[in-house]
Unconditional design. Sequence first.
Length: 336
Amino acid sequence: MNVFELTRALVDIESISDNETQVGSYLYDHLSALAASSGGRVERMDVTPGRFNVFASWGTPLVTLSTHMDTVPPFFPSREDSDQIWGRGSCDAKGIIASMIAAAEKLLATGIRNLGLLFVVGEERSSAGAIAASRNPRGSRYLINGEPTENKLVLASKGVLRFEAIAKGRLAHSAYPELGESAIEKLLDALENLRRVELPVDRLLGPSTMNIGTIAGGRAPNVIADSAKAEILVRVVGDPAPVRQSLAQAVGDRVELNEVLFIPAIEFHSVDGIPTTVVSYTTDVPMFNGAWGEPLLLGPGSIHVAHTAEERIAKRDLLQAIDLYAEAVRRLVAAC
């Protein structure tokens, strides 16, 4: 099965986060056939009941190629034209899986061993697969993580601070607003102050950014709202402490600001001869916590079409990625 066929086969298996079992079983069977013919081994690595990572290895893996099996909703199947493969997960990250497997086949055919393939669950939601893998390392000295980087090695990526802002009020009939206390108005005031906060800027990564992603609250148009909530995500570029302090000062006692998730900004290992870039998104890499080796970030496709109705990947990028992954593994194995 060539890289285009494998990409389409993977895309056509719906694997929205928390529903990765079918695609994991497909990859387990596919890699088992490869391992049987090349002296490798494949295993399911349990994450939670019914969910598992898939790990294939040849010898003691000095370098592991890794990306995620899950996708964001909604699912839509694959199609292709002369230049592109379309479908949910085509660039994030099922085309990457196909390229990594093809690179492993190329390396094995030339006698290169000491490599692994690790495909994890849950990256799009909670990084559950990466967190589980971090507790079960296999001696790898380098981890090449795959995300859509336009086939450029990433020098650094932003981190994430995610908050819930919760406002509480008092119910009343809207004809007599003076008898109630609007949680929605409190939340809106707090959010307006948050939007005015000056966030840190990094020389390499650029500015921190903030997104107010969801707002919910109230009971009916004729009822003063007794509760309201917003979800806020900040792309951080360095020390999160000043951001935490600035946001807390901005909301004051209007709302309760609860931190839900923190993933640090990270710098990556590079390889001479491969073009580089920086990215604003966050990956599984910090959640591996170094347990699978020094990280690199590289993959075909553009993040600008990931998570969209136009998700696609160029066939030429998939082919280039095979060569880039194989060359990076060769160099890193030689350096070990």
